[in-house]
Design a protein around this ligand. Structure first.
Ligand code: ZN
Length: 311
């Protein structure tokens, strides 16, 4: 007989935690399989990331020196994306919002048509196992590059992507720089998300939500610095898609036990629990739930409530 999620957490039964349906709505396709899967595929080992990296710069340094030299090509990307969906299915993820960076087009001579067909095949291939919802990913530094901006506009017109996400260094562009792109995504019926407040700045979280008319925020944990911003997010039911291990390893948060997701939750801000980049952070959604329970951040019942709400 299957045991429920609460019992699975309190008895530390990871198999049963995995068996409960979950979502992952913060997942970047290019880095979302386990490193060990990539190692097996490559036939070589990949150095582990340090337990603490200095922000996004530290993570990029790790990616550029360890991962990219082996995986920065079409076959590498397609292997990772496919393997990432397998990982999610094995983890009990039933809804997967996976972002595909517009710069992946550099791997496809056939351009958007070719990338689209790869993504459509993935959606179809996994239809019985997981609701894969392709998301258009746009890095902030691309906002000043007319070529990538044009590609993103064209990608919205494909009627393939169900949501859009903005990420990378917050200082690389103000939200205003992608306002027209987001307006177009809104008109196309897409869900609007952006990374903001990963490393501080509660007011910038609220400002970005307003400027881009966001439905959800990726990370957004800096909102915990301001009761007023949390109240505003709560009143407007703006969901924060949090990735606890990512926040700890990139040093936005000192340790899991002190993660501000607790404060956000207590202030009525809707939160979900997600992976970010499994290849770097190495914790599945099930493991993130387990870690939060074991660190005493949430009770099993609270995690059950968060899990149910996310579905
Ligand atoms: Zn992210």
């Amino acid at each position: 007989m299957s045991i429920d999620f609460i019992e699975a957490l309190s008895t530390d039964n990871l198999t049963a935690i995995k068996a409960s349906p979950k979502t992952d709505v913060h997942c970047h396709s290019f880095l979302s399989t386990r490193r060990e899967n990539a190692e097996r595929w490559l036939g070589c080992s990949l150095t582990k990331p340090p337990l603490k990296m200095k922000g996004l710069g530290g993570m990029m340094e790790y990616i550029d020196t360890v991962l990219a030299p082996h995986l920065e090509h079409c076959q590498g990307f397609e292997f990772i994306a496919t393997s990432a969906i397998d990982d999610a299915v094995q983890d009990g993820v039933v809804i997967l919002e996976m972002s595909f960076d517009v710069r992946l087009l550099k791997f496809y001579h056939g351009g958007l048509t070719e990338l689209r067909s790869f993504i459509e095949i993935l959606v179809e291939q996994y239809r019985e196992k997981v609701d894969l919802r392709p998301e258009l990913g746009f890095a902030r530094e691309c906002a000043n590059d007319p070529k990538w901006m044009e590609s993103a506009h064209e990608a919205i017109e494909l009627d393939l992507f169900q949501s859009i996400d903005l990420y990378s260094h917050q200082e690389a562009c103000a939200p205003e720089a992608v306002q027209s792109l987001y307006a177009k995504a809104r008109a196309a019926g897409m869900k609007l998300k952006a990374h903001v407040g990963e490393f501080g700045g509660a007011e910038e979280v609220r400002r970005t939500v307003k400027v881009l008319d966001l439905d959800e925020v990726q990370h957004g944990i800096a909102a915990a610095e301001s009761v007023e911003v949390m109240r505003w997010l709560s009143e407007n039911q703006i969901q924060l898609n949090v990735c606890p291990t990512s926040n700890v390893m990139l040093d936005g948060v000192s340790e899991l036990a002190a993660h501000p997701i607790r404060v956000l939750f207590d202030n009525g801000v809707p939160v979900t629990i997600n992976t970010d980049d499994l290849m770097v952070f190495d914790q599945s959604v099930s493991e993130e739930y387990r870690n939060l329970y074991q660190a005493g951040v949430f009770s099993a019942q609270e995690l059950e409530d968060i899990r149910r709400a996310s579905l």
